[in-house]
Design a protein around this ligand. Structure first.
Ligand SMILES: *Cc1c(COP(=O)(O)O)cnc(C)c1O
Length: 405
């Protein structure tokens, strides 16, 4: 019997699940459904209903729900060593760092637990580098419409106007330029500028890709003014866009890369990667109790060894082509719609602000999708989603669109 069958036999679908909603802080509107089990591209709720899941823990479960490879790794590693403190080396931490180094343009890795924490590390590393090598420059140019996380510094880096006065005072040192507008970046550069930080595709902002020439221009500016180029690949990394890393679409090499989301295939682990010249942290500058623990790094190693192969990346492109085939059909059928994105980070733009309504109706029809903007649907399924789960999902979207548009 495999691990999946074990799980299903433990959970009785009719058993009542604790539902004291008031014990949780209210940080987001949620449906009352309580989810109890997942299997590949399907989620099951407490009453046994199944949902096709194209959100996958927010682009996190790149191998789908509860893949056997992760279940096996958790079991084996948990029996060996769960945490020996970040003050000691452990085997999975060493192996994962080497893998990331060998498969990217960077040389050293710092592990953390969330995307925001990796980005905090990137900001600290850039400021330290500026202090040592750029006359104390500390300012980082980030972009309107960007998303870098929910810690105080990453909120300040994020390009959402509504966030500035949420928890004043905001952390200084971030200047906003306009995405895909190289002149706006030139204007923003001052003697205090140390780095340019961006997502190669703005995910939360609505799946907006950087243009090739824009990134080339950024690299030229970075060279001319001795600035660091920081790629926030928390969403675009780990094969999400059809390449192992998003920067590989643009013919450049960032100085610093952050990873999160897909790196752990569902568990909390993130990473800050940098080129040797930039790695200026000294003991005492950076740390964290759970960072690089063997349980999470063993899981990420399993995920990375699957997702980094040419066969896997080719399969992501095949799935992407199947999504695009369906999206083409939909935009022919419903006027004013369009789609965009790379790999399995895709979005459909709607002619009117009905995305929320579509997400709700799709949910009632047991398809889970997301609306990062009021007129945009975003699709971020498991990278190994079955063709049948793609086709079924589009049947649901088609009937919801027919109803709403
Ligand atoms: C999700 C996301 C983050 C934040 O990651 P957390 O793990 O939620 O802290 C940062 N940057 C980008 C591009 C993201 O998509």
């Amino acid at each position: 019997m495999n691990a999946r069958n074990d799980t299903s036999s433990i959970i009785n679908p009719t058993e009542s699940v604790e539902s004291d909603y008031s014990a949780l802080m209210n940080i987001t509107p949620r449906p009352e459904t309580i989810f109890v089990r997942g299997e590949g591209d399907i989620l099951f709720d407490q009453s046994g209903e199944s949902y096709i899941d194209w959100v996958q823990g927010w682009a996190v479960n790149c191998l789908g729900h509860c893949p056997l490879e992760i279940v096996d790794t958790v079991t084996e590693q948990a029996k060996k060593l769960i945490n020996c403190s970040p003050a000691f080396y452990n085997q999975p931490m060493m192996e994962l760092a080497s893998l990331l180094k060998e498969n990217s343009c960077t040389d050293r890795v710092f592990f953390a637990n969330s995307g925001a924490e990796a980005n905090e590390g990137a900001i600290k590393l850039a400021r330290k580098w500026g202090k040592l090598h750029s006359n104390g420059a500390y300012e980082i140019i980030t972009f309107q419409n960007s998303f870098h996380g929910r810690t105080l510094a990453t909120m300040a880096a994020t390009g959402k106007d509504a966030w500035y006065n949420l928890f004043p005072p905001s952390i200084p040192g971030f200047k906003k330029a306009i995405y895909n507008d190289i002149d706006s970046v030139k204007t923003a550069i001052s003697n205090n500028t140390v780095a340019i930080m961006l997502e190669p595709i703005q995910g939360e902002g609505g799946v907006i890709s950087a243009q090739y020439d824009f990134i080339q221009g950024l690299q030229a500016l970075a060279q001319e003014h001795s600035l660091l180029l920081i790629f926030d690949e928390v969403q675009t990394g780990i094969a999400r866009t059809g390449k192992l890393f998003g920067y590989q679409h643009f013919g450049i090499e960032p100085d610093i890369i952050t990873l999160g989301k897909g790196l752990g295939g569902g568990v909390p682990i993130s990473a800050l990667l940098a080129k040797e010249e930039v790695c200026c942290f000294e003991p005492g500058d950076q740390g964290g109790t759970f960072n690089g623990n063997p349980l999470m790094t063993a899981i990420a190693q399993t995920v990375f060894n699957i997702t980094r192969t040419d066969e896997f990346l080719a399969a992501v492109e095949d799935k992407s082509a199947r999504f695009k085939y369906h999206l083409e059909k939909l935009i022919k059928k419903y006027r004013g719609c369009s789609y965009r994105g790379h790999g399995l980070l895709l979005a459909m733009e709607l002619p009117t602000p009905v995305a929320k309504e579509i997400v709700e109706k799709a949910y009632e029809s047991k398809l889970i999708i997301n609306a990062p903007r009021e007129n945009i649907l975003r699709f971020m399924p498991a990278l190994n989603i079955r063709d049948s789960a793609i086709d079924l999902g589009f049947d649901i979207i088609d009937s919801v669109l027919a109803d709403v548009l």
